[in-house]
Design a binder for this molecule. Sequence first.
Ligand SMILES: O=C(O)CCC(=O)C(=O)O
Length: 283
Amino acid sequence: MNETNSAGSGFEHLIIKPSPDERNTLSFSKETLQAATRLMAEDGVLVLADVIDVQAVHNARKEFFAKYWTMPSGDDAPARFGQAVGHRRSMVALDFSGAMGNHRIFASPFCKSILSDLLGPQFVIAGYLAVCSLPGARAQRVHRDHPLLFPKDPTASYSLPPYCLTLVIPLVDVDLTNGVTATWPGSHKGDSALSAGASPDRAFCPTVKIGSAYLMDYRLQHCGLANMSDQPRPIITLNFSRGWFIDHANMQPRPKISAHDLSSIPDEHRHLFAQISYLHPPG
Ligand SMILES: O=C(O)CCC(=O)C(=O)O
C-alpha cells in the first residue's frame, strides 16, 4: 500500500517527501520548511516520507523484540509489559542505547530541520517510548496525549504555537490491517473532532512504510486503530518540545541516557538531551 490516507484522497498535501536535491544535501529547502510549518499550524499532522535510515529502523525493530518485548499471551498481557494504553496495546520506555541510541533514529536531519523550525533551535527530547498493539487489539478511544496548557482558557491554549510534538517512527509498515494511528487534522486548534463524534470520514490515517514517520502536534486528537493482523505492530513515539515544557500529565518514565552513551552522541545532537541531562544527570 502506498503512503496515503485510508480515505484515499483529500490529505495528499499532508505528505512531504524530500526531493532529489534535498536528499543530496540531507536537508529540506526553505520553501519546504515554510510549507511544513504552515501545514503543521493548519492541520497539526504531517507525514515525512523516506526520512529515516531504513537499516537503522530494522535494527531498532530487532532490538525492540529482543530487549523490550516478548510475545505475551492473554488479554491482560500488555499490562505486564510497560503501561497498558488500551486493549492489547501497551507503551514501553526506551533507552538511548544500542540500536535505539542510534542518532539516525532520533535525530534524522530532515526531521530535525522541521522540528527546529517549529520549536526553535534549542528544542529537546521530552519522551522516548514505543507503543505496541497485539493481534486482536481494539481501536483506542480518541484522545490527546496531554491536557490543554490552560484548561480554563481553551482559546488561549489552542492559539499557542506548537510547544511539544510527537514524531512517530513505525518499526513495521503500518496499514489498515495492522492498525495505523487515526488523526483528526485541525483538532489541535479546537474541539472539532470530539464534538463531531470523531467521525472516521474526517480522519487522516497515514499508512506509512519503514523509513517514514509522522509528526503530530501534542494537542492533536488521535487514536491507534485495531490490529487485525496476526503480528504485533510496534511504533516508536518520540516527543520533542521547547526546553521549558515538562510533561507533568503523563506518568510515563522519563528517558535516561548514561554518561557513556551520551559521550558517543555526535556534538550537533547533544542539545536534544538538555532536559534529560538536567532531570536525570547521566551517571
Ligand atoms: O497505537 C497508536 O497508533 C497510537 C498510540 C497512542 O496514541 C497512545 O498510546 O497515546
